[in-house]
Design a protein around this ligand. Structure first.
Ligand SMILES: [Zn+2]
Length: 356
């Protein structure tokens, strides 16, 4: 006989916060690379020592926020040994988005920082008695985007945690957190899965031919690959192909092109250029080898210059990627610089032995 229980929904674009939270939990359970973290946390919970404060850190798009949702269900479930059971009244309240002892603070619409008011309210709520005579759990995500005031407001909670409370911080860039905050949390790293694991997981979710491209563009982060796929990985490749042609011809206005990139997601485009340049260097080098000796001498100066310009594109794309990952950078200026390098490279291409 099958036990009927409310199934957790798959992620849906623009779902309610509850839909999203349920989808996140389903994801945390289905992701094989989160298994060691889940096991460690479940063991700690069934044992005697569970941290008052947990910092989930690691690159963007690997499922840290999903894991935080799962931890909330682990800690709030009424059946400690089977937690999260999905069937008890606590689990049902969480699935319905109605658990009174679960709190969240995050970015409000279009805000760049997690505000002090949100963190204060959460810290205050943690000091109050549990409504269900159990634990209280609070998640701050993205914690690395807390304003200095907000981070400060969290300090007292970290220094003198109330009994039976768990605070979970989620950070892509944990080194941006004040040391006073980070050092008071038990830190759990969530690394990127290896590409084969990520690819397999993506393919079991949905059959697509461009998962590998999406995963590459996402720096190997599977959840980011999902969102790139949702916004059209193939479309991106086509747009970029058209851009290269335009740059080789009469060109495009680089400033407005950079604006478009920043609006549409500069990181993926910069990453695409990095791949493109690496491939173009290889192809140009192979092309050079295929000429006769006389041709090679004739060819070599322009060809070498072309290869150098491709290396320059590759290096600036890689550097720009790093900056964009770390955030707090003038993306517009960065992209304009990269586009200039790109123009130089596509226009330095020798007329003969063109690379496709
Ligand atoms: Zn339960």
């Amino acid at each position: 006989m099958t036990v009927k229980r409310k199934s957790t929904a798959e992620p849906t674009a623009g779902g309610t916060p509850t839909d999203l939270a349920n989808a996140a939990v389903a994801l945390a359970v289905s992701a094989p690379w989160l298994e060691p973290q889940r096991r460690r946390l479940a063991e700690a919970w069934r044992g005697t020592r569970f941290p008052h404060a947990l910092l989930l850190r690691g690159p963007a798009g690997v499922g840290k926020a999903a894991l935080a949702e799962w931890v909330a269900r682990l800690v709030l479930c009424d059946e400690r040994q089977q937690a999260p059971c999905g069937a008890c009244s606590s689990c049902q309240l969480l699935a319905a988005g109605n658990h009174p002892d679960f709190l969240r603070a995050g970015l409000e619409e279009d805000a760049r920082q997690v505000k002090i008011e949100a963190v204060r309210a959460l810290a205050l709520a943690l000091t109050m008695k549990s409504y269900r005579q159990g634990y209280k759990v609070a998640v701050v995500a993205p914690a690395d985007r807390m304003s200095p005031g907000a981070a400060n407001a969290l300090l007292k909670t970290l220094e003198e945690p109330a009994a039976n409370t768990v605070l979970i911080l989620v950070a892509d860039q944990a080194d941006r957190l004040p040391a006073t905050v980070a050092s008071r949390c038990q830190q759990l790293r969530v690394p990127r899965p290896d590409p084969a694991t990520a690819l397999h997981w993506l393919e079991t979710r949905e059959s697509r031919t461009d998962w590998e491209l999406c995963l590459d563009l996402a720096y190997g982060s599977p959840l980011r690959a999902v969102s790139i796929a949702a916004t059209g990985g193939a479309t991106l490749a086509r747009d970029m192909g058209e851009l290269l042609e335009a740059l080789a011809g009469q060109g495009r206005d680089l400033i407005s092109e950079a604006e478009r990139w920043v609006k549409a997601g500069a990181a993926e485009r910069v990453r695409w250029v990095e791949f493109w340049a690496a491939r173009a260097v290889r192809e140009a080098q192979v092309g050079e080898g295929s000429h006769s000796l006389d041709m090679r001498v004739l060819h070599s100066t322009t060809q070498r210059r072309h290869i150098q310009s491709l290396f320059a594109v590759h290096d600036s794309a890689r550097e720009a990627s790093g900056w964009l990952q770390r955030g707090s950078v003038n993306a517009q200026l960065l992209v304009e610089g990269l586009l200039l390098d790109l123009v130089r490279a596509v226009r330095s291409r020798p007329a003969e032995g063109k690379n496709s």
